[in-house]
Write a protein that binds this ligand. Structure first.
Ligand code: CP
Ligand code: NVA
Length: 311
């Protein structure tokens, strides 16, 4: 059984390969058996400081399918948005709910919430990480390719939150990862270091490059995210220039394995980081990946919040 009950999920760096393997099996089980009473009577607060479609809906639906309830809290509508402290918010919410998902602008705020909450805190996206996304990504690769170990994945674009969680989790699970970014948009050096160590332990390979064509060579998976993330809108023009040549288009896809699949966490800026031809094309698995957010998060919820574990 999975011994991560009651823990916070801020980043996969706090978890082991065996924890993640179990979560992936649980994801498969819950995809095949969606309805249960595993979280009967449990309530998850969803605290959002930024917009969301997938994360919000998949958490709400997931809690309902497992017999629990999700409470959507936009920070603008609660006192947190008027200056009530994270410290007090964490303590108050802990008195009502069984878990708190938090989407925020900074990992520091997430850490502060988790330090004062007495219920599990789940990172629903911050500046550094998007762990729930990465679990769905890895599960999608298993579905598409049958395994993780020895697969070649190329992340093309911004060394941001999505790239960070993907490279950490994929490296941990033995996927060979290449990350291609423009100069100045590389992933966080400490997380590069961590990914290198994890991939060494899993007998994989981790590589950084500034050349997208080099990254997609032999790639089974091509993954990208937007060039301008939420909160960076004033940098849009600068980024459009910096990321020239990093678009995932038909020409770049043709340099990868013929049976390679395209992934994107969504939302996409079509004709910026990816062409319509690729995202709507036969190699794209983005909607399967988006659906898998639901199944993967239910595994996380089951593991962290359920009183009894099924696996
Ligand atoms: N991929 C993702 O997290 O999407 P949302 O911003 O819609 O939740
Ligand atoms: N990198 C994007 C991901 C959105 C799910 C952002 O932070 O806006």
């Amino acid at each position: 059984s999975l011994s991560i009950q009651g823990r916070h999920l801020l980043s996969w760096t706090d978890f082991s390969q065996s924890d993640v393997s179990k979560l992936l099996s649980m994801t498969q089980y819950l995809k095949e058996n969606p309805y249960s009473k595993a979280l009967s009577g449990k309530v998850l607060a969803l605290l959002f400081e930024k917009s969301s479609t997938r994360t919000r809906v998949s958490f709400e639906v997931g809690m309902t399918q497992m017999g629990g309830h999700a409470l959507y809290l936009n920070s603008n509508d609660i006192q947190l948005g008027r200056g009530e402290s994270i410290h007090d918010t964490a303590k108050v919410l802990s008195g009502y709910v069984d878990g708190i998902m938090y989407r925020t602008t900074s990992h520091e705020k997430l850490k502060e919430l988790s330090e004062h909450a007495t219920v599990p805190v789940i990172n629903g996206l911050c500046d550094l990480y998007h762990p729930c996304q990465a679990l769905a990504d890895l599960f999608t690769i298993v579905e598409l390719k049958g395994s993780l170990k020895g697969m070649n994945a190329a992340f093309i674009g911004d060394g941001n939150n999505v790239a960070h969680s993907f490279m950490i989790l994929a490296s941990m699970m033995g996927v060979n990862v290449k990350v291609a970014t423009p100069k100045g948009y590389e992933p966080d050096p400490a997380l590069v270091e961590k990914s290198m160590q994890l991939s060494k332990d899993a007998e994989g390979a981790f590589q950084l490059t500034h050349d997208p064509e080099e990254a997609v060579q032999n790639a089974d998976i091509i993954y990208t995210d937007v060039w301008t993330s939420m909160g960076q809108e004033e940098e849009t023009e600068k980024r459009l220039q910096a990321f020239e040549g990093f678009q995932v288009n038909e020409r770049l896809m043709s340099k990868a394995e013929p049976d390679a699949h395209f992934l994107h966490c969504l939302p996409a800026h079509r004709e910026e980081e990816v062409t319509t031809g690729v995202i709507d094309g036969p190699q794209s698995a983005v909607f399967q990946q988006a659906e898998n957010r639901l199944h993967a998060q239910k595994a996380i919820l089951q593991a962290l919040l359920a009183s009894e574990n099924i696996l």
